[in-house]
Design a protein around this ligand. Structure first.
Ligand SMILES: *[C@@H]1O[C@H](CO)[C@@H](O)[C@H](O)[C@H]1NC(C)=O
Ligand SMILES: *[C@@H]1O[C@H](CO)[C@@H](O)[C@H](O)[C@H]1NC(C)=O
Ligand SMILES: *[C@@H]1O[C@H](CO)[C@@H](O)[C@H](O)[C@H]1NC(C)=O
Ligand SMILES: *[C@@H]1O[C@H](CO)[C@@H](O)[C@H](O)[C@H]1NC(C)=O
Ligand SMILES: *[C@@H]1O[C@H](CO)[C@@H](O)[C@H](O)[C@H]1NC(C)=O
Ligand SMILES: *[C@@H]1O[C@H](CO)[C@@H](O)[C@H](O)[C@H]1NC(C)=O
Length: 400
């Protein structure tokens, strides 16, 4: 569960940078009614799911308004002409409120005037993972009924955006399924893997569950699902372990980002990288090494980019009998601020067979994305790289 907590903590870290100026107020509510928080389930959890729907709006981003029934929705601060984002958390081993909820709610409200509804199902999500999974269908039914009430108030289906974390992603999938796949959008953050990887599309999140389904994979080697589940699946840093403390990119999350809902790709996998510290964004460059002569063994070359204040490394591997290897190198400053590059040839010595003492070839680099105006630039032929030695070159790339 440490993994689970770590993962979710990331989410907070990721969204907090959006909030640099936003103050997390306490519990003041302009409209006068009191704030409701998440419940805490203890070991004596009952047989009731005790689902709570908490409404947050930009007039009171840190005060949850408990929504009980139709009346509660009508009389509250819910604005049926605005978009509605419904956040569904996942498995909560200890039955506690997810620590990232507040950060996520406030980050959304900081950038857009929407209704944010946090679904509290800590009672059903606690104990063993398997029993949380057993409660998923019933939970999805009550969220679906809740959405039906919103629709009855004149809310449009396409204005509903479900954000599901981990197990909550599959709950969101079921909710979308119950609404015939006609809700606007589902964003799955680190959709859960256990019990879902081999499930049928009806049982798990799939692209049929909403007009637009996207998933951000950040733990695919542990509790996260490995398979694509949306129209677009982002595999952050390869989708597995995250550098530093893991985190995610919220910019796909907060806006429609120009997505044309009438023409969607299916199961597009998108890979991206992040840096280990705020603001997490990185620049990507394609680095290549061309060998002068093909070799009958694998060649590894470590590439390090240096700027005045940063240093970023990637390893190029050239397969046996091939003359070129390439790799994506993520760096914290734009390529034009990179002053020098070091190349280090790492020989694979075995005691019965020593690798060659040096290799010769050409190094090339291009900032991504590649476009017709930005082509690869190469260090002049022919570099000789002695084994295990850092060879440093100036990288004369000027900022435009
Ligand atoms: C949730 O699942 C557990 C395990 O099956 C069960 O004991 C509990 O009654 C379920 N809760 C609800 C509300 O169905
Ligand atoms: C909402 O307003 C209606 C009509 O004014 C009233 O009957 C109902 O009790 C109110 N509900 C709540 C939860 O305040
Ligand atoms: C409700 O939302 C719409 C669209 O976002 C906005 O134009 C309107 O002013 C809002 N109404 C209230 C009472 O905030
Ligand atoms: C979205 O795609 C459809 C079909 O390709 C096209 O007719 C429509 O103009 C597009 N809408 C926008 C806003 O680009
Ligand atoms: C890096 O340091 C050099 C020498 O101090 C300076 O001229 C240059 O402007 C610095 N570059 C950046 C991007 O800060
Ligand atoms: C670099 O190596 C290539 C391939 O062997 C060769 O054709 C070329 O002449 C060399 N260039 C220089 C400048 O040595």
């Amino acid at each position: 569960m440490v993994e689970d907590l770590k993962r979710l903590l990331l989410v907070v870290l990721a969204v907090l940078w959006l909030l640099s100026s936003a103050q997390a107020g306490n519990t003041d509510r302009l409209s006068g009614h009191h704030c409701t928080d998440f419940q805490t389930a203890n070991f004596l959890r009952g047989s009731k799911l005790k689902v709570q729907f908490l409404l947050f709006t930009s007039s009171s981003p840190s005060c949850g308004e408990l929504i009980l029934a139709d009346d509660g929705i009508k009389n509250g601060s819910f604005n049926s002409s605005s978009e509605t984002k419904i956040i569904i958390h996942g498995f909560r081993a200890l039955g506690t409120k997810p620590s990232w909820i507040e950060g996520l709610v406030q980050a959304i409200l900081h950038t857009s005037q929407v209704n944010v509804i946090a679904v509290d199902w800590v009672y059903g999500s606690t104990g063993a993972y398997a029993s949380a999974v057993e409660n998923v269908t019933q939970l999805a039914l009550s969220i679906s009924q809740f959405i039906s009430k919103l629709l009855a108030l004149g809310v449009s289906r396409t204005s509903i955006h479900i954000i599901g974390v981990s197990l909550g992603a599959h709950v969101g999938g079921l909710v979308g399924h119950f609404h015939g796949g006609q809700l606007g959008r589902i964003t799955a953050l680190d959709p859960a893997g256990p019990k879902y990887t081999r499930a049928s599309p009806e049982e798990r999140l799939d692209p049929g569950d909403a007009l637009f389904v996207e998933a951000v994979h950040t733990d695919a080697d542990n509790f996260g699902i490995r398979i694509p589940v949306g129209h677009i699946d982002y595999f952050v840093n390869g989708g597995k372990d995250q550098p530093g403390c893991p985190r995610f990119i919220s910019a796909g999350l907060l806006e429609q980002a120009g997505v044309n809902m009438s023409k969607l790709p299916k199961e597009v996998k998108v890979y991206l990288m992040t840096s280990p510290s705020a603001p997490f964004c990185v620049y990507h460059s394609l680095v290549e090494f061309h060998l002068q002569k093909k070799r009958n063994r694998v060649t590894s070359i470590e590439i390090t980019f240096f700027s005045n204040s940063t240093q970023d490394t990637a390893k190029i591997t050239i397969p046996t009998h091939q003359d070129m290897g390439k790799r994506l190198l993520a760096h914290q400053v734009p390529l034009c601020q990179i002053n020098s590059v070091t190349l280090k040839y790492i020989p694979k010595n075995r005691f019965w067979r020593k690798d060659e003492p040096s290799i010769v070839g050409k190094f090339c680099v291009a900032p991504l994305p590649l476009s017709s105006s930005r082509t690869m630039s190469c260090l002049p032929w022919n570099l000789t790289l002695p084994s295990k030695t850092d060879i440093s070159y100036d990288l004369p790339t000027a900022c435009a």
